[in-house]
Design a protein around this ligand. Structure first.
Ligand SMILES: *Cc1c(COP(=O)(O)O)cnc(C)c1O
Length: 376
């Protein structure tokens, strides 16, 4: 049986996307066809977030490059930055903020819930003003999806530029970049798009571009300098040699996502079914509300070792699942159901293997996971 990669990223690439990586190469600095492909890919990328107005940029580098580029490009020495923190990625933004000379002011939310808008507003009124804010749409280590449809308009209202990490939600959850007043949105290739790791997608609002163009100090990075990317299509010039293989595979993956129709609904319905199944078999889901529809973080039952469970699935069943990181390591296990992995048949195989694991260590579940799943 083929190996099943059921982690919350990287996800399994489709054969079509893998083949797209193997195109005959060209000179990406000179060939006009490549600029056309790049432009076409950027146009498709905006469709997934219902954006007409934003400027899309596709950089070469893992999604962390998007987080770092946003901090390097938008933060100036001494800027007070609101760091919205209800998860490990949200908290981690603080390190990038400080690295680029900003002062990170953490608004700490409940790690098991989405951000509370009223609490956040009170915090801003008390501790502000802030020039910009960093936040995370889907907190991948814990499976919480934040209400950015409410947070970003609030930030705009307070005159704060929003930088949103949507790495694990882009292509899986509903996002309206323009209507929700998002200024900077960051995404990657290896999550819901189901392309191999190595690409970063960024989207900038007009307000974000204006701030970038008018910043006073110079940006202390070359690779992470977003100013170098603002006119790449008009000038037909990239800051460095791009990758045709990467852009071509992203283009194919975007096309697949668009052709899937209502991908938001597909992710949501499958995620609901997965949550119900684990709950009905006696497991606890880590978040209490604002559940992610691209992954599920489940508490490891008392006495179960993640390593043991992981090794069993990996060695006996050829399946890879996710653990967690930081303070959640060894406490949660995570199932990714994003992009190419948001498919019932893959989840069914995983749940059946999990049943067999629990049977092998003589733990009886309330019901068989896979049977419950197929009934729903
Ligand atoms: C995956 C992910 C990233 C990118 O980081 P990795 O090095 O791939 O872990 C950034 N933000 C979020 C929310 C992610 O899920």
């Amino acid at each position: 049986m083929d190996k099943l990669i059921m982690t919350p990223g990287p996800t399994e690439c489709s054969e079509e996307v893998r083949r797209a990586l193997a195109i005959k190469n060209t000179n990406t600095d000179m060939d006009k066809d490549f600029f056309e492909l790049y432009e076409n890919t950027c146009r498709k990328a905006k469709k997934l977030i219902n954006s007409e107005k934003s400027t899309a940029i596709i950089m070469l580098g893992e999604a962390i490059l998007g987080l770092e580029s946003a901090c390097a490009s938008f933060i100036e020495e001494g800027d007070k930055v609101l760091c919205v923190d209800n998860g490990i990625f949200g908290r981690g933004f603080g390190d990038f903020i400080e690295m680029y000379g900003g002062e990170a002011v953490h608004f700490k939310g409940d790690y098991r819930k989405g951000i509370d808008i009223e609490d956040l507003e009170r915090f801003i009124d008390e501790k502000g003003p802030f020039k910009l804010a960093t936040l995370v749409h889907c907190e991948t280590p814990t499976g919480v999806t934040n209400p950015i449809d409410k947070i970003c308009p609030l930030l705009k209202n307070k005159g704060i530029l929003s930088i949103v990490d949507a790495v694990s939600s882009y292509g899986g959850e509903e996002i309206h970049m323009d209507d929700w007043d998002i200024d900077v949105l960051l995404a990657g290739t290896q999550k819901c798009l189901s392309v191999t790791s190595g690409g970063t997608l960024l989207f900038l609002s007009d307000r974000a571009k204006e701030i970038l163009i008018n910043r006073k100090s110079s940006i202390r990075s070359y690779y992470a300098n977003l100013k170098n990317w603002l006119n790449v299509i008009e000038e037909q010039k990239f800051p460095y040699t791009h990758s045709d293989a990467m852009i071509n595979s992203i283009n194919v993956a975007l096309e697949r996502t668009i052709n899937r129709g209502d991908f938001v609904k597909a992710h949501r319905e499958l995620a609901e079914k997965i949550r119900e199944t684990f709950l009905s078999c006696g497991f606890n889901i880590y978040p209490q509300e604002y559940f992610s529809n691209t992954l599920t973080a489940i508490e490891l039952p008392e006495g179960i070792s993640f390593d043991d469970m992981f090794n069993y699935l990996n060695r006996e069943k050829n399946i890879v699942i996710g653990g967690s990181v930081g303070e959640f390591k060894g406490k949660l296990f995570r199932v990714g159901h994003m992009g190419e992995n948001a498919k019932e048949e893959k989840i069914y195989i995983l749940l059946k293997a999990l049943d067999e694991y629990f049977e092998s260590i003589k733990i009886s579940l309330d019901k068989k996971l896979h049977i419950e799943f197929s009934k729903k």
